[in-house]
Design a protein around this ligand. Sequence first.
Ligand code: CP
Length: 308
Amino acid sequence: MLKGRHLINSEDFSTEEIQSIISLAQKIIASPQRFSHCCDGKLLGTLFFEPSTRTRLSFEAAMLRLGGRVIGFADESSSSSTKGESLVDTIRTVASYADLLAMRHTKEGSSFLASSVCPVPLINAGDGGHQHPTQTLTDLLTIVEAKGQPEGLCVGFCGDLKFGRTVHSLVKAMSRYPDNRFIFISPKELHIPNHIKIELDRLGVEYREIERLEEVIDELDVLYMTRVQKERFFNEADYIRLKDSYILDKKKLRSAKKDLAILHPLPRVNEIHPEVDSDPRALYFRQVGYGMYARMALIIKVLGVEEC
Ligand code: CP
């Protein structure tokens, strides 16, 4: 039962609950009109303390397409936090107007803190370098649409695996499905955090870490490219040195499988050359569209309005 629940980490929901969201998203894709009044009279509050294009707009589009309405802010500077209001007071305030909240914040753990005072469902739309669980729903929907199921896959995660919150959430989610194995491809400065490797060891999930994408690209069923997260670096010189560590182009894809699924949470900077966009294996713009349907399904579930 997902009604009334917060979503802070990708592992907050069981694999059965995630499956129910993905199945509902597929039903919405097949006949969106059936769901166009599910949220009549409901209000979504979007609190974005950090910039976003896809996540905020897909949440808003999702609620509007379900018949609901949206309030919120896209920029911290237009909220009373600039006058010194605490995060928990802001949450208590907006929760007294809206039926559910989607919040993005620069600080790891902020969504958990916010949820502790929030009487309506609170969805983590990205908290610093920690997690981004609705991107994971989007990614899983994309993988299910491409591969049929999110299991038995060799998944390569490439780029900034240290700060990339979408990677952290997706690895945790996919590690719960059988027979997945992971290849972490990054410079040593941007390795996947130790706490995630400890969890994979505990679960007995196979993984390895390498630096060169070319060495493993032929093994992969899914390649999850990521941007180097400039905003999380303390030192600009380090960012400049590492930002173009990986650039996926047609040449590198020559040895990849014919049915490789190339995902990227976007925004992209240089890590996928635009010449790849027309390759049928490039799914990242389809993935953007799935983001809205995944969030429509999530909203319906946490508001408990499935029987609309
Ligand atoms: N994927 C993602 O979170 O994109 P935005 O930062 O544009 O929301």
